[in-house]
Design a protein around this ligand. Sequence first.
Ligand code: NAP
Ligand code: GDD
Length: 348
Amino acid sequence: MKMTMKNMPKKVVITGVTGQDGSYMADYLLEKTNYDIYGIIRRASTNNHNNIKHLLNNSRFKIITGDLADSQSIDNIVREIIPDYFINLAAQSFVGASWQIPEQTFDIDAVGVIRCLEAIRKHAPNCRFYNAGSSEELGNVDYSPQDENHPLKPRSPYGAAKAAARHIVKVYRESYNLFAIQGLLYNHESPRRGEEFVTKKITKKIAKINKSLNYKEEFEPLELGNIYAKRDWSHAKDFVRGIWMMLNQDKPMEYILASGKTHTVKEFIEKTFKAIDIQGSWIGDDINEKFIYNNKILVQINPSFYRPAEVDLLLGDWGKAKKELGWVPEISFDNLIQEMISFDMKNI
Ligand code: NAP
Ligand code: GDD
């Protein structure tokens, strides 16, 4: 068949493709569409391609070097590719680190979004743009569950940067008539989750502890900060599908993606142990609280993991996404934990 503009495969740029969501988004689009995927990778001194190594031989998956800190690289990418979709999943995404590197967090998570929007405005005004928004923007919440009308009340430099990005995406959408949206996504996890996030930190360390117990070896306990924080956790695979649905509506509307259920970090720990048949118990209070099994300390508190300001509770109302997009999450909290701990046990 002769290639005409009409039947040429569409082009999708994904930033953050080495990360959790970017890699699942690439998987999803390579499976569900015939589009060409351009994954943006920033230069690193050591290889960090673990989440995309299975895609490197796929002829529809192309890697391009770019950096959200470098406006020229973003401008060149958009000018040369003229993408149909630009999905910005790159960020300094760890809330905890955002107090140590607030300027870098703001530069990538807020100013970086302007760099993308400017390139699109100039070179690809018909491109559909998605920016990764966060429930951290809601921060110190006024009510639960939170819906799309909840005010922005960030509690961290990360949350403040994402809130600023939300405003600038709206400004560009309204000023230049761009299809530019920022979804509002609650916590989502998977075996590909970065190791410093609490779910992965828990499943990976518990897998190690389990192995040490089995081999009767010494081990260090899992050390955590605030185990009473509540989060609305889902699976990342459900969310990349939701992002794609948001990007393909008639009008640029923004939605919450969440599970509508909230759990403490402590519950996440308990369920992970239960999934591998370790039946321990909690003793002590506050910083002395510990999880004990067979007279061994498996979990303890380390105040160095407390944050300067905490988001105590997140619980999202995904009713609008269900009603208007037809999006429904498919993977339960228990199945998410099972998948994560099974993966870590296998790979330990
Ligand atoms: P992630 O695993 O930490 O991935 C972040 C990605 O951004 C990585 O590929 C990273 O590249 C890239 N990146 C960082 N700085 C960059 C820069 N200056 N230029 C280009 N790329 C850069 O995060 P995620 O969990 O997939 O989250 C994806 C997006 O959703 C992020 O914007 C995050 O803030 C947002 N979000 C996540 C959640 C969640 O629960 N996962 C919830 C709401 C919103 P390297 O591999 O080189 O570090
Ligand atoms: N990371 C971490 N490490 N968190 C801990 C620890 C610990 O040792 N101990 C307790 N926590 C608590 C944190 O204080 C927080 O309340 C909760 O566990 C979840 O922490 P993270 O897994 O680091 O995620 P987050 O909720 O701060 O941020 C994630 O979700 C946001 C959406 O709400 C990230 O993915 C953000 O990028 C995302 O926007």
